[in-house]
Design a protein around this ligand. Structure first.
Ligand SMILES: *Cc1c(COP(=O)(O)O)cnc(C)c1O
Length: 415
């Protein structure tokens, strides 16, 4: 390019990220990223930072699993690592109740497919050894559905999302873990949306042998830093015995850079890939913030502020169908039915980043990641109500304000 054709420096505006993710990154995380010195991936403080991250991650996950670390990338990078032990021909049952568990199921079908399955439909293989159990959008995966599927198919692996962000539904990991134990199945869970929001310890779910999350939702780090993963000894033993076709996302190999060798913590990491000191510093700060906030307090704060947002959008005439605490998924009032995407577009054009659902039916998703204050929730409600009314909804903004007042005054009275 000549100088006249080089674009000007890229400017990206600050928006209110009020969707299912990414959440607004904490200023402390951004500062840690920007203030890290230039140091390579084998420099002593970078390696020490990775060890400290690993140790903090065990607390965040609530686990003694040695194989607990971060996978460079996004949620799907962690999930790719999680599914790396699934081999062609493996028998798998996977539960689908929205967009993300649907993509998990696609990943699993690609992993478990034979060459013939891939050749027949390379972008959407349908191996007979993978059973999809589909639960309608807007509903949770429940214990009886899990029990029926696992007792009928007796697979090697079962896969479920903990919190299905596409439909905003919480799935029953207690029933999932118990059914996996009963039927000798190894459970794998997509905890991308729940880690750092819900208060749970994965060691309480022994039927689940592997977990994966992401940086940019509850953990509040930048996308493309680290996706937390954790594997039980049973998973690692199975992987060691049977192998995997990936180098970069191989749990045993990747863990070596996090100072985990032959099932034990070691003094220092050894090279697996080139890690970024900036990313390590950011991830480290994000984990510190999570632990300082405290798992129980953070979960309580999400539940409290989600309830405020829920009450306000109901007062605006919307119908909420989700039960996650980081997000509300709603149907617009009758007058605006069918105009969900227009409404979302109008909001996004003004730097108010809410989302539609990505799979049918079309609904609106409003998230509160890192927006845990009365002021932030009020701002979200005001912007949403204004956008609805500009489209002619005639929604009662006073009633929404009143709902927020009632919610937050009740808190002040309780204190
Ligand atoms: C967001 C999300 C993903 C994908 O995460 P990326 O960071 O976009 O790769 C996967 N599963 C669930 C449940 C999610 O919410």
């Amino acid at each position: 390019m000549t100088n006249t054709t080089i674009p000007p420096q890229l400017q990206i505006p600050e928006t209110l990220a009020a969707g299912p993710g990414p959440g607004n990154t904490d200023a402390r995380v951004l500062a840690a990223y920007a203030n890290a010195g230039l140091a390579d991936h084998m420099q002593a403080d970078v390696l020490r930072g990775m060890i400290e991250c690993k140790e903090m991650l065990r607390k965040v996950w609530g686990t003694k699993n040695t194989y607990t670390f971060g996978v460079a990338g996004t949620g799907w990078s962690g999930l790719d690592c999680l599914f790396s032990a699934i081999l062609p021909g493996d028998k798998v049952v996977t539960f689908v109740n929205g967009t993300f568990s649907g993509i998990d199921a696609l990943t699993v079908r690609m992993r478990a497919a034979s060459r013939e399955d891939l050749a027949a439909n390379s972008l959407d293989p349908r191996p007979a050894n993978v059973t999809l159990v589909t639960v309608p959008h807007g509903q949770s995966v429940t214990g009886d559905v899990i029990e029926t599927a696992l007792s009928t198919h007796k697979p090697t692996w079962a896969v479920m999302a903990h919190w299905e962000t596409g439909s905003g539904r919480i799935n029953d990991i207690r029933a999932f873990s118990d059914a996996c134990e009963r039927h000798g199945v190894m459970g794998l869970v997509d905890a991308v949306s729940s880690l750092g929001i819900e208060d749970f310890d994965i060691d309480d779910y022994p039927g689940i042998v592997g977990w994966a999350s992401c940086p940019q939702k509850g953990v509040l780090c930048l996308p493309l830093t680290y996706a937390p993963v954790s594997f039980s000894d049973r998973y690692i033993a199975h992987l060691r015995a049977n192998g995997s076709s990936t180098y970069v996302n191989h749990p045993i190999m990747e863990a070596r850079h996090w100072a985990i060798h032959d099932g034990k913590d070691s003094a220092a990491g050894t090279y697996h890939r080139t890690h970024s000191g900036y990313a390590v510093a950011a991830f480290h700060e994000a984990l510190r913030i999570n632990l300082q906030h405290g798992k129980a307090q953070k979960a309580a704060d999400y539940a409290f502020h989600e309830a405020a947002l829920r009450a306000a959008v109901i007062a605006l005439g919307c119908d909420v169908t989700s039960n996650m605490t980081s997000l509300v998924v709603l149907n617009l009032p009758g007058k605006l039915a069918g105009r969900e995407k227009d409404l979302v577009q109008a909001c996004r054009a003004r730097g108010f980043g809410i989302w539609p659902t990505l799979s049918e039916p079309v609904q609106v998703r409003i998230g509160i990641l890192n927006q845990l204050s009365r002021q932030a929730i009020t701002d979200i409600v005001e912007r949403f109500a204004a956008a609805m009314n500009e489209m002619g909804a005639g929604a009662d903004v006073g009633a929404a304000r009143e709902a927020l007042n009632r919610h937050y005054l009740a808190e002040m009275a309780a204190e």
